[in-house]
Design a protein around this ligand. Sequence first.
Ligand code: SF4
Length: 251
Amino acid sequence: MSTAITTVNTSDALADDDVLSDPATARRLMELALDYGSKLEGATAGEVLEWGAEHLRTPLAVTLSMQDTVLADLAEKHAPNADLIFLDTGYHFPETLEVADQVAERYSNRLLSIVPKRTRAEQDAEEGVDLYKTDPTRCCALRKVEPLAAVKRPYEGWVTGLKRVDAPTRANTPVLEIDKTGRIKLNPLAAWTDQDIEDYIAAHDLIVHPLTKQGFPSIGCATCTARVAEGADPRSGRWAGSEKTECGLHL
Ligand code: SF4
């Protein structure tokens, strides 16, 4: 059983070799995607993770927002060598950090918490105070997109919790795709509904993020997540009042 979170700074992660710098690896991953993309549509989430664990030559990187812990539970059961990845932007709700601690305690997979190159104070000094208000796209780039790109370097494939029901922009999410870097990107929950998530949480007595029961059905950074009225679009509380709907991790 794991007991501690390993914190990794983005600058240190960038020092790792990028496995995709080998053209043979890029070709092999593309061939895998072509061979198995349609076959994995309809597979269970567990089967998708088992496929990744079997066919890739590195452990999987399973990204967790800590809004729920379904992927952590599935990873332990179906991809026990996978690493769990949490992007600690420095702006999370305290409750989100508590869920991360509980995940590290409960599951045997290693949990890596990747922090941006700059602290909040350093970012304020260099980019202007509260960049999330003045330029949230740049803030997400510095505190989410760049750290994820860095931490992915040693992995041939990564796993997301994207669901087609999350948003119209995610309606065509495939189970297996190749991302911009040439890595395999697995979305084992693509076909799941919100009810599927609730049922899995209940059936397996998972850790529950307390704010999901207090009007926050979609949880990101505390500075950019508002409470949502009952019946409203669950993601309407993310960057509320702006045109922004995605952090950029999946573009
Ligand atoms: S969600 Fe908000 S605070 Fe978090 S990284 Fe993006 S802009 Fe910055």
